[in-house]
Design a protein around this ligand. Sequence first.
Ligand SMILES: Cc1cc2nc3c(=O)[nH]c(=O)nc-3n(C[C@H](O)[C@H](O)[C@H](O)COP(=O)(O)OP(=O)(O)OC[C@H]3O[C@@H](n4cnc5c(N)ncnc54)[C@H](O)[C@@H]3O)c2cc1C
Length: 1002
Amino acid sequence: MIGRAMTSSPPPFTAPYAPDDRVIAERLLASAPLDAGQEARIDRVASRLIEAIRTNDDPLGGVEDMLREFALSTKEGLALMVLAEALLRVPDARTADRFIEDKLGEGDFIHHETRSSAFLVNASAWALGLSARVIQPGETPQGTIGRLAKRLGAPAVRAATRQAMRLMGSHFVLGETIEAALARVHAPTASRYSFDMLGEGARTAADAQRYFNSYATAIDAIGRSAGGRPLPERPGISVKLSALHPRFEAVSHARVMKELVPRLIELARRAKSHDLNFTVDAEEADRLELSLDVIAAAFADTSLQGWDGFGLAIQAYQKRAAEVIAWTDALARAHARHMMVRLVKGAYWDTEVKRAQERGLDDYPVFTRKAMTDLNYVDCAQRLLALRPRIFPQFATHNALTVATVLELAGGESGFEFQRLHGMGEALYARLREDHPKLAHRTYAPVGSHRDLLAYLVRRLLENGANSSFVALAADDAIPVKTLLRRPAAIIGSAAQARHPKIPLPRDLLPRRINSRGIEFGERAALGKLVAEIARTKIPAKGSIADSSTADAERAVAAARAGFPAWAATSAIERAAMLERAADLLEARAAHFMALLQREGGKTLDDALSELREATDFCRYYAAEGRNLFGTGEATPGPTGESNELFLRGRGVFIAISPWNFPLAIFLGQVTAALMAGNSVVAKPAEQTPLIASEAVRLLHEAGIPASALQFVPGDGAIGAVLTAHADIAGVVFTGSTEVARAINRTLAAKDGPIVPLIAETGGINAMIADATALPEQVADDVVTSAFRSAGQRCSALRLLFVQDDVADRTIEMIAGAARELRLGDPADPATHIGPVIDAEAKARLDAHIARMKKQARVHFAGDAPPGNFVAPHIFELRDATELTEEVFGPILHVVRYGAEKFENVLRSIERTGYGLTLGVHSRIDDMIDAVIARLRVGNIYVNRNMIGAVVGVQPFGGFGLSGTGPKAGGPHYLARFATEQTVTVNTAAAGGNAALLSGDE
Ligand SMILES: Cc1cc2nc3c(=O)[nH]c(=O)nc-3n(C[C@H](O)[C@H](O)[C@H](O)COP(=O)(O)OP(=O)(O)OC[C@H]3O[C@@H](n4cnc5c(N)ncnc54)[C@H](O)[C@@H]3O)c2cc1C
């Protein structure tokens, strides 16, 4: 039961998601500088700490030693990291051997064997050196000696390498179970610990329950051995909210509050019963507001009153850190309680930068210069120190300068603590303890099985191996101490330099065009505004667009033909400017088009936004490409006395026939490409989605495209047939089924007159291969996204998953569990993951397939669909891939197991489909990935990620074989296919002689 809050919490946290770095830098640089005495003391303390790190003679060595040997900038370092990440989870010997060969073949490990005396390095290098010697440099694993070595030594190699990885793991992990970890902590009452139960975030309800149980058990175990000292000296536990809920995401807000808050309260009550420190870890920026809502709701529970152990982590690399501190203080005040706050810099910087770029955000939620993070950390430290004793600050860092600065700012040794990660910063904190015996520090101690430590281990390797990291710099004796002591404010210098010069803003990422604007759903204000705008938007009624008659179609072709000369004569610069105007209008009317996509196309919020962005990108991409290609002629080399130029020009009237599954993006992609190439266009959208198309045409006209250059002919397949059979057309661009593409091809072939091009993009039986080295959580995420998102109604969607039998049960179970967490329903509700399929006909077809599969295949998951045109996700296991004979355009996944020794059969099965649109590969074995890429003729291959959502200009889209004619949409060869070529040769010597040659200098 939840205890009702007596006082109210502060209002939900809001702060601009990604404010301007310069504004923050101005504030930070202007804050009162320390005096010379203070600066000198910081130098002194930090120097002693660095000296301790550098003279560390711990016989066990440290991570610093290991990184010195295997830095991430070396191939050995990278190979080691990938090995560490995956080896221990590979169950079968064959895959393990192949994986080890692959990684050790990439490096020169033998060379490392003798270079360091540190135990850890030696142990790893010994084990790896032993393994590496089996595969001689320069040999391919398939080579003769490689084969011999394998026969002689494969089990030994495997054992040695696994041992080395375990050794690395045990360096960072305190124990495989909480009992083992507690036993390793000799006197838990003397040192402070915060235990962390390792694992990836929950993907399924069962995962979340397992994590809950493991936290609950750990809290009791820690509590039992906690001794009798009061907080803050008592041990603690750190929990991750993403481990406690399978959909810990902003769009599932209501559900998370309902389901996760009681769980968090339950754990907090247990922690309270032992008077432990209970810290909610900080995760990704888009989950910050949600995390704080959950924390506020849990913290307000009256049953937690009288306990000062509740806490949270705050990341200083986030630009909102200062606001989070103020909000946390307001929360503690509101309930008249104390809180513990861990200040970290943040562990997901690379992910944050990538995500903001992918989402096309206006700015980053994190700083882009390391010194800004450091500067903000110091500012946040000052804020937290000023809030004592209501807030008990916990400074988590391994940076000697940061430690020394905080120590100086604290003005004493009590009322706060430092924190370090187990396996790191030992020398630094040992020296600190020596110099300041009263100063407290707590060790964050991960607990978990070897399988669970992998992701954590990689984070640590990345963190330490990055050349911006303090630990990496301190480990490098060549870097003078003076350099390490440079203050962040001095490094930044002025607010104008607050941003990293080489990390462009997410919208400025691409050459020659701006990235389409995204909206961060993790920002409550942005999401709320968008949803409200969409709800307010009035769109024309369904059915208000009448189908065209044959006569309309004839008229449209005639009008387009009449409009062609003027349009062809419009300069490429002008044509491009119109497309760019169209892109701007699309962005300005985002809510309008998203409302159309939701109501006519059944698109979820996420899908509607991606589609709008894709449409915008098409306009800008073809504008940029077209300016280049059609702007001026290309001079071709030749003999003196003549000029030769090659021009591209429009062909005439192009027919554009688009599908209902991307009623805006593919419609506009086809039309804008044809227009940019100088053709006039007759556009026929799918009969299911004429409204969206008609609004898109209106927008293009408004952007300046003359009505005569773009004609709109809504209607069904019969009208499409009239258009393609017309004698006056100069080309057809089509996206849809292979059957219809064939029919169009025949129609075109049957006509007398010029032979015109057909650009067709059709379907695919798209496959994904997941082997035993892949991370199951990542596979589950990517399979669920690829197979079920957009109700499986994307041409690129995953239909056939091949999974290695050694890991199949666990992988399929996780995918099924994750599928169970998807919500079907009204696409206008942001919490909906899967909307309806396009119409009753589609539903009937899919239902029939499901009924058939239920009889002939093994059912792993069959979801429930609400009334209406909904089809729930299904997962069927087939005995053989040949049982799937056609593209099934819905949320239905077919799985086939394969034995590692029968990999060739997998490739043959994929080839046998005859399609070649998209393919996913999940593996850590580069050799295997390369072989698949070289072998399979598939248009878009995605490695270790999902296989949908091709980005214009980034992943040009289109397939081989039955999947289409090419060229790829959104690629550099697309526009030229819409054009015809003309060479102009001028004899420049015709007027009596070659003046240019004669007047040339010697
Ligand atoms: C006890 C403990 C608990 C932790 N808990 C959490 C947690 O709950 N959540 C979490 O996210 N992290 C957590 N961390 C990880 C922590 O964020 C990292 O250990 C920390 O970033 C390393 O900081 P440092 O001061 O030791 O290293 P430093 O090397 O001084 O700083 C590294 C920091 O700088 C950032 N950085 C690097 N390059 C740039 C750049 N170009 N622009 C901006 N910033 C940059 C890095 O992302 C990193 O945050 C925890 C760490 C400890 C010690």
